[in-house]
Design a protein around this ligand. Structure first.
Ligand SMILES: [Cu+2]
Length: 493
C-alpha cells in the first residue's frame, strides 16, 4: 500500500508539474517580495497561507495597494485561476493616488489538486486595460486529511520503491492557517443556458479559403445549464456546448486558430489541440484572461481524430468542467464515404451534489482526485443524445462515429449494443482493424468506428463498464427501415 501511494503521488505531481502553466515549484515566496511594477503599487504581491486542511474552511488575505496611474480606472473583474480562488476589491473604480484593498479568498474545499505545495493568482482587470495585468499570488500547502497512513508516510518516507517522495518537505515547521472560517462554496457563475449538449453532428469539411489558410475561432464560455433532471451544473465550455464545436481540417493544411475568453467569465482559459505539433499543443500561446483573445497557427501534419482541451491551471478542473472537443484531420485523400457521421465525447462530472440530488452544483475537487464521478455522460449531460436528440440512421446505411473521451480519469470501453464495428481506427490512428465488439478510448484520446446498420430498432451506445450506465453513460441510435429477418429474426415462436 505504501508503495502504491508513493507512486501515485509521484505520478500525479509529475503530471501536474509537467502540464500546468502555474504548477508550483517547491520553493517559498521570498521574504522580500518585490511590489508589482504596474500602475497598482502593492505593499506585497505574494502571501503564503502555509498548511491548510482541505476540510478546514476557507481563508482570506488582504493586499493593500495604491493606484499610481495617471487617469481614473474602472474595475471590470478580479478573476482567480482556480474555482477555489476568488478576488474582490473595496471599490469599483480608483482615482490616481487612491488607496485600495484586494481581498483574496481561498476555499480548500473547491481546490482541485492533490497534496503538495501550489500557488494561485488573482488578476485585476480594468478599463482602460493595463499591460502587464496586475496580479497577486497566494501559496498554500494542502492537507487532504487522508488519515493516519498518509501522515505516517509523510513522516517516514524511506524511498523503498526508489521514488523521491514529491510531497513532504519537513525541514521547516509548517504554520497552520490562522484565519480559517466556515467553508462557503462560491455560487456557480455564468449565464444560464437551456442546453449544454452538443447535438453530435459532425459537419463536412468546409471549403478552404482562397488564401489556403483554414481559420477557426472558439470562445471559452462559463455557463450554468441542466445536467440531469432537476440538476444544474456550472460548466466551462468552448462555444457554449460540451463537447465544443467539432473541427475538421485536412492533412497538410495550415490552420489559424483564435481563442477568445468571454468577458463574462471568471477564469483564465487556453487550448491544447492534440492535432498540433508544437509545445503545449497551443496551450502556451493561448493563456488568456476574460475579455482577451489570442491567435496562433499550426500545420496539420498527422491525420487522425484528436481531442482538444483547456490547459489552464488547474488543468483537470477545466477539463472536468467540460472544456474539451474533437478535431478531425482527414487524410490527404479524405476518409471513405459513409452515409452518416456523428461525434460524441464521453466525460465525467464530479459534482458536489450527489447523483440524483436536485439543485445547482459545481465541481468537487475531492471527488475528482478520488476519480469518483457522480455522472458519466456522452455530450455533456444525462440523456444528451436520447429521445428527440437521439442519433438516427436507416437500414443499410453506413454510420461513422467519431468518439472522444474527455476524461478526466476513466478509460472508456466503447460499445454499441447489437452492433459490431466493421472498422475501428484504434485510438484514432492507422492502420484500421475489423470486426471489433468493444474498443478502448483512453482519457484524452479518441477513435473512429464504422458499421453498417442491417436491422431496424434502437441501439444503445454505452461505455461497457456498465455500472456507468446508471451514472448517465448512454446515447441512442434509432434505426428505421424494413426488417431483415435473414440477419435477425425476433419473430420466432
Ligand atoms: Cu479553461
Amino acid at each position: 500500500m505504501r508503495k502504491l501511494l508513493l507512486s501515485f503521488s509521484a505520478l500525479v505531481l509529475l503530471l501536474l508539474v509537467g502540464c500546468s502553466d502555474t504548477a508550483a515549484p517547491t520553493t517559498s515566496p521570498s521574504d522580500t517580495t518585490p511590489a508589482a511594477t504596474t500602475a497598482f503599487e502593492f505593499t506585497e504581491t505574494e502571501h503564503d497561507f502555509g498548511l491548510i486542511k482541505q476540510s478546514g474552511g476557507s481563508v482570506s488575505y488582504e493586499f493593500p495597494f495604491v493606484y499610481r496611474g495617471s487617469e481614473s480606472i474602472e474595475i471590470t473583474g478580479t478573476p482567480g485561476n482556480c474555482l477555489c480562488t476568488t478576488g474582490s476589491l473595496d471599490k469599483d473604480s480608483y482615482a490616481p493616488g487612491e488607496s485600495g484593498l484586494l481581498t483574496v479568498d481561498f476555499n480548500p474545499n473547491l481546490h482541485a489538486e492533490p497534496l503538495g505545495r501550489f500557488n494561485k493568482t488573482v488578476a485585476i482587470l480594468t478599463n482602460p486595460s493595463l499591460d502587464p495585468i496586475p496580479e497577486v499570488t497566494i501559496w498554500q500547502e494542502i492537507d487532504l486529511d487522508w488519515g493516519e497512513e498518509a501522515f505516517e508516510l509523510s513522516q517516514h518516507d524511506d524511498h523503498l520503491d526508489g521514488d523521491e517522495h514529491p510531497i513532504v518537505k519537513d525541514s521547516e515547521p509548517k504554520k497552520e492557517a490562522s484565519s480559517a472560517k466556515k467553508a462557503t462554496p462560491t455560487a456557480p457563475t455564468g449565464a444560464e443556458v437551456a442546453e449544454i449538449a452538443n447535438d453530435g453532428q459532425a459537419p463536412a469539411l468546409a471549403p478552404l479559403p482562397a488564401d489556403g489558410i483554414r481559420r477557426f475561432r472558439l470562445t471559452a464560455k462559463e455557463v450554468t445549464a441542466p445536467l440531469a433532471d432537476g440538476v444544474k451544473y456550472n460548466y466551462w465550455t468552448y462555444n457554449g456546448t460540451v463537447p465544443g464545436t467539432f473541427l475538421r481540417v485536412r492533412e497538410g493544411e495550415m490552420v489559424e486558430f483564435t481563442l477568445a475568453n468571454d468577458s463574462g467569465n471568471r477564469n483564465k482559459h487556453s487550448i491544447d489541440l492534440h492535432a498540433v505539433n508544437g509545445p503545449g499543443g497551443g496551450a502556451g500561446a493561448t493563456q488568456i484572461y476574460p475579455g482577451q483573445e489570442k491567435t496562433f497557427r499550426f500545420q496539420a501534419l498527422n491525420p487522425g481524430i484528436y481531442i482538444y482541451h483547456c490547459a489552464s491551471s488547474v488543468i483537470p478542473e477545466h477539463v472536468a468542467n467540460g472544456m474539451y472537443g474533437l478535431i478531425l484531420v482527414e487524410p490527404k485523400e479524405g476518409l471513405p464515404t459513409v452515409d452518416r457521421e456523428y461525434a460524441l465525447v464521453q466525460g465525467e462530472i464530479y459534482s458536489i451534489l450527489k447523483r440524483g440530488a436536485k439543485g445547482t452544483t459545481q465541481l468537487s475537487g475531492e471527488k475528482m482526485y478520488a476519480e469518483d464521478p457522480e455522472y458519466i455522460v456522452f455530450n455533456g449531460r444525462v440523456g444528451a443524445l436520447t429521445g428527440k436528440r437521439a442519433l438516427t440512421a436507416k437500414v443499410g446505411e453506413k454510420v461513422r462515429l467519431f468518439v472522444g473521451n474527455g476524461g478526466v480519469g476513466k478509460v472508456s470501453s466503447f460499445h454499441v449494443i447489437g452492433e459490431i464495428f466493421d472498422t475501428v481506427y484504434p485510438e484514432g490512428g492507422t492502420p484500421v482493424q475489423n470486426n471489433i465488439q468493444t474498443t478502448v478510448v483512453p482519457a484524452g484520446g479518441a477513435t473512429i468506428v464504422e458499421f453498417t446498420v442491417d436491422v431496424p430498432g434502437t441501439y444503445k451506445i454505452v461505455d461497457h463498464a456498465l455500472s456507468r450506465l446508471t451514472k448517465g453513460a448512454l446515447a441512442l441510435l434509432e434505426v428505421t427501415g424494413a426488417k431483415n429477418l435473414e440477419i435477425f429474426n425476433d419473430e420466432l415462436k
